[in-house]
Ligand binder design. Structure first.
Ligand code: NCD
Length: 345
């Protein structure tokens, strides 16, 4: 597979240091998902991300002269900007590709588009697409590393990593990223959520328990096969979890609130009442428990505005954590001789 992580060393006494001499990454280092990744590989990305969160210049600008292409076939605000800021912080140039205004409108296929961009000599492709498996398909056909920035309802691995980094930050687990003893409730539209799939995989691999909460139409029992438990009653779990991750109802991916039968909410008002993170619910959370949201938020539906802007909510800290996470991923994926430019501390 894609990781041969031997670069990040020495977790004793705080955050790990980077040993440039043993960084061995080749050009096939794709990051397509967190499902199937082992704990060591996940930690090997999170550890440098934590360093970079403390000091964005910790490793200098080792990607100077490199080019990263954001190949986005679907809309994005934070993920696209975050990858751009991350690549530039490491010295790389970034090219923005959007399907609108490109030859996609002339019928060019996904693979032809990707191969065309790669032929210009780029060092990494950051791919977002509305179809599950799109990033993986491109990775099979190009030589440059491919980083999945969200493929349909499949995976969004850098979001999963930044969720873990934020959770570790708020619960003092940055030292070794051991999340055992922590329980995270993921609430809402799990069915259509690539964020949920990546988060469940990453969180459980590092030892956290995950409970998915929502109506059957958006959180079917089969979700449990991902390694979490399933609960219908938010109020039954809200007081005992260490974090609640509210998810947007993804209507553009076919989400429906149900028909009111079998306990499904049926309409937005009923949904907000049963599954919304309200102030009243936030007040019942444990001391130190946090409210997370990957964004974009639908205020008043899955989260009340007062909670989104309140002291428990770490949504903007998640956004902030996204930059060092993507810096760490780009460093590992592009790899090659970058080690030569990395300051050893
Ligand atoms: C999410 C996405 O696009 O997958 N946003 C994000 O990248 N932070 C979540 C969503 O669309 O609701």
């Amino acid at each position: 597979m894609w990781w041969r992580m031997r670069g990040w060393r020495g977790e004793a006494g705080g955050l790990p240091s980077y040993d440039a001499q043993v960084m061995t990454i080749d050009s096939t280092n794709n990051l397509l998902g967190l499902q199937g990744m082992d704990a060591g590989s996940i930690r090997a990305l999170l550890a440098p991300a934590a360093r970079l969160m403390e000091n964005r210049r910790a490793f200098g600008r080792p990607l100077a002269g490199r080019t990263v292409v954001n190949l986005f076939f679907e809309d994005s605000t934070r993920t696209r900007v975050s990858f751009t800021v991350a690549a530039q912080a490491l010295g790389a140039g970034v090219v923005q590709f959007g399907a609108g205004g490109s030859s996609v409108s002339k019928g060019e296929t996904l693979l032809d588009t990707a191969r065309t961009v790669e032929a210009m000599g780029v060092d990494a492709l950051v791919v977002r697409h509305s179809s599950a498996g799109a990033a993986g398909l491109i990775a099979e056909h190009v030589g440059a590393p491919v980083i999945n920035a969200g493929d349909g309802a499949h995976e969004h691995p850098t979001q999963g990593l930044l969720d873990i980094l934020s959770l570790a930050q708020s619960h003092d687990r940055l030292g070794g990223f051991d999340l055992s003893g922590l329980t995270v409730a993921i609430v809402g539209d799990i069915l259509h959520s690539r964020v949920a799939r990546s988060a469940i995989a990453g969180l459980t691999t590092l030892g956290a328990a995950v409970v998915c909460v929502g109506p059957a139409a958006l959180c079917p029992d089969g979700i449990a096969s991902l390694g979490c438990s399933v609960e219908r009653d938010l109020d039954a779990v809200i007081g005992s979890v260490d974090a609640v991750m509210a998810l947007r109802v993804q209507f553009e991916r076919g989400a429906e609130l149900g028909d009111g039968a079998d306990g499904d909410p049926g309409d937005a008002g009923a949904y907000a009442m049963r599954y919304g993170i309200t102030s009243e619910r936030a007040d019942r959370m444990k001391a130190g428990a946090v409210v997370m949201h990957p964004g974009p938020m639908n205020r008043g539906l899955e989260i009340e505005s007062a909670v989104a802007d309140g002291p428990r909510c770490v949504a903007l800290k998640q956004v902030a954590a996204g930059v060092p996470v993507r810096m760490a991923v780009l460093l590992h994926s592009i790899g090659g001789d970058v080690g030569a430019g990395v300051a050893v501390t």
